[in-house]
Design a protein around this ligand. Structure first.
Ligand code: ZN
Length: 335
């Protein structure tokens, strides 16, 4: 597991956790029916410009025939032709995967249309940035989302990606595709968790069949919003074996449960955290508490009363702390 953090211009911090996988087959094949609907990225971008045309340098950017701009600084780390080819292969693989998910929802096709549209915007084409990396060194990449930066849409690659291209290309592909989905407006702070689930659905081979199906259903857009209990079950099911990711996704469910005041959602979380009746009761009391002050008071009491259990089961602490500090999702460069 490698911990990644995404820091965006408005200082909102998002946690990313990407698993390192080396093998690959089409994840989506496992859940797809016989009707194959495929998206040919190469064919689509050829309509915009010649994919195989020479990459030319202009105003600090290498410009491809299909309107992708690559920061001149990238050439200090990797051959531009190699990077462009790798990026294009990533997009081809990711978009084909999304197109195969249409049995579950329309989001796969919508996201493919969105990704393609990025290249069609000649006034503001998508960019790959390399220079002036301002983020933590263990972040692989950052993707902008609409409104996050004047330079949007961009995919910013960290210095470590050159190495990753050789040592773990699968991981880099997953990261790039994840960040490109941010370009389409998906964040980790609200709504359905699209970027992680699509990354896992399309680029992760080691998930068990049912966890893969959970990730793919979410990525495909089976659920309308984050309050859907079936969505929350899939989110938890897919992520529960990842220590860090699992925590982040449980927190997303917690936030949704709090917003919707859904005890059913909260119980779903409790099932993941503890079976102990008194702990469940105390945590439920905090959840049901109507105002912030009483929530805080009860949460502090909980921390004190159950400190021995918390020492053994840190999930308990997370659940009570989320009541105290909703920005617990924010993280810094430390692991
Ligand atoms: Zn992200």
């Amino acid at each position: 597991m490698k911990k990644l953090y995404q820091i965006l211009q408005n200082s909102v911090l998002f946690i990313s956790l990407l698993s390192i996988q080396s093998q690959w087959t089409y994840a989506a094949n496992e859940i797809v029916c016989d009707k194959q609907i495929e998206f040919d990225f190469e064919k689509e971008i050829k309509k915009i410009g010649d994919v195989l045309s020479k990459v030319t340098l202009k105003n600090g950017f290498y410009q491809t025939g299909y309107n992708l701009k690559i920061d001149e600084d990238c050439s200090k780390r990797v051959k531009i032709s190699e990077l462009e080819k790798f990026y294009r292969a990533t997009m081809a693989e990711g978009t084909m995967c999304l197109s195969k998910l249409s049995q579950y929802g329309k989001l796969g096709n919508e996201n493919n249309a969105c990704l393609l549209k990025l290249f069609e915007d000649k006034q503001n084409p998508p960019k790959i940035l390399c220079g002036g990396w301002p983020f933590c060194k263990d972040i692989y990449a950052v993707g902008s989302f609409p409104g996050s930066s004047k330079r949007h849409p961009y995919l910013w690659l960290s210095p470590s990606t050159t190495q990753l291209m050789k040592t773990d290309p699968r991981e880099l592909k997953a990261t790039i595709f994840h960040e490109m989905l941010h370009n389409c407006g998906f964040t980790h702070s609200e709504g359905i968790e699209v970027t992680y689930t699509c990354e896992e659905c399309c680029f992760n081979k080691s998930l068990s069949k049912d966890k893969l199906a959970s990730a793919c259903k979410i990525c495909a857009g089976k659920y309308e919003n984050e309050y859907d209990i079936e969505y929350q079950k899939d989110l938890i099911n897919w992520s529960k074996d990842y220590p860090g990711w699992g925590k982040d996704m449980r927190q997303q469910v917690y936030m949704a449960a709090t917003k919707s005041k859904s005890l059913e959602s909260f119980n779903l979380l409790l099932d993941q955290v503890t079976q102990d009746a008194s702990e469940r009761e105390a945590l439920t009391l905090i959840f049901k508490s109507p105002d912030e002050n009483s929530k805080k008071k009860l949460a502090l009491e909980f921390e004190e009363k159950f400190k021995n259990s918390i020492a053994i089961n840190p999930k308990l602490s997370s659940l009570s702390k989320w009541n105290l500090n909703k920005s617990d999702a924010a993280a810094n460069c430390g692991n």
